[in-house]
Design a protein around this ligand. Structure first.
Ligand SMILES: [Zn+2]
Length: 300
């Protein structure tokens, strides 16, 4: 198995992490943020599991497409000789119950039926393949990766893989005869190139500069570093890298704001000297404008 497209933290989750350390979230945004974190953890578990797929195959993670004005994302895709496998990964934890077609959590609230989501993306994926001249067989699976998940009244459905079935499912995948050729690599390239883009800024909670807490956030636990650039989690950092990270975070959150020494000094809550900030900015960015209007821009 060859990993063609690795998984990264999505732009949206990156931005939410930056914001969450610096402001309180309204309930809905908080839930959304926590779900994204949880989902990402599940996908990482899945990636670990998928390292044991041994057949000749290509893996592409986090593909985002738009077909028929519908945007859909596929957590993981495996191209084998005859079949394209799509995996929807769920990191559900605790007890869930099926009531007919309805999926209920233990507290009784209804969630979106993940099987419908899976079916929908299979239809759209099939169409995308056909539009690009491919007529490949697709198999779709809903993977429940969390060992603490249980579904009461579970139906017998070949598309659902429960945590206790993961190792048998892996054996089954590894028995799939597969020998890839140039056509399969071309298909992988096509899938990567046909992706769409969604701005991560649209779905963020409202925020403005004044409302955000200033300081330098730890890259591991997102708490603020102290005066000596140490974190309570044990992490410590040199001023230069702490500044570069803070600049990047500032640019992420405020793509339209000007980058200045004073601005970054305030953003870091004075935890690092203006002199070092100026040095990091002038080494890594280009200075434009004069005197009071001067600021830094990304090197082209
Ligand atoms: Zn930390």
């Amino acid at each position: 198995m060859k990993l063609i497209k690795p998984r990264f933290v999505s732009d949206e989750l990156k931005l939410l992490r930056c914001l969450h350390s610096r402001m309180g979230f309204p309930v809905d945004d908080l839930r959304r943020y926590e779900n994204l974190e949880k989902g990402f953890k599940g996908e990482q578990l899945f990636d670990k599991w998928s390292e044991d797929i041994l057949i000749d195959g290509l893996i592409l993670n986090d593909l985002l497409f738009e077909v028929n004005n519908t945007v859909f994302q596929i957590d993981s895709t495996l191209i084998s000789q005859e079949t394209l496998f799509q995996f929807e990964v769920k990191n559900f934890e605790g007890d869930y119950c099926l009531d007919g077609d309805k999926w209920l959590t233990q507290s009784g609230s209804t969630i979106r039926n993940p099987l419908h989501q899976l079916e929908r993306s299979e239809i759209l994926l099939k169409q995308l393949l056909q539009n690009n001249g491919y007529n490949m067989h697709i198999e779709s699976y809903l993977i429940f990766i969390n060992p603490n998940f249980h579904l009461y009244q579970a139906p017998i459905n070949q598309s659902i893989i429960f945590p206790t079935q993961l190792s048998r499912f892996l054996d089954k995948l590894n028995r799939t005869p597969s020998k890839l050729n140039g056509k399969h690599s071309k298909l992988a390239e096509t899938l990567v190139s046909k992706q769409t883009y969604q701005s991560p800024y649209k779905r963020l909670p409202n925020y403005d500069y004044d409302q955000l807490e200033k300081g330098i956030c730890c890259p591991h636990c997102r708490a603020f570093l102290d005066e000596t650039l140490k974190c309570k989690c044990g992490f410590e950092e040199a001023p230069s890298t702490a500044i570069l990270r803070s600049i990047e975070e500032f640019r992420w959150l405020f793509p339209d704001e000007k980058l200045t020494t004073n601005g970054i000094y305030e953003w870091c809550k004075g935890k690092v000297s203006r002199k070092t900030i100026r040095r990091m900015l002038s080494t890594n960015y280009n200075l434009v404008g004069r005197a009071k209007t001067s600021h830094y821009i990304v090197k082209s």
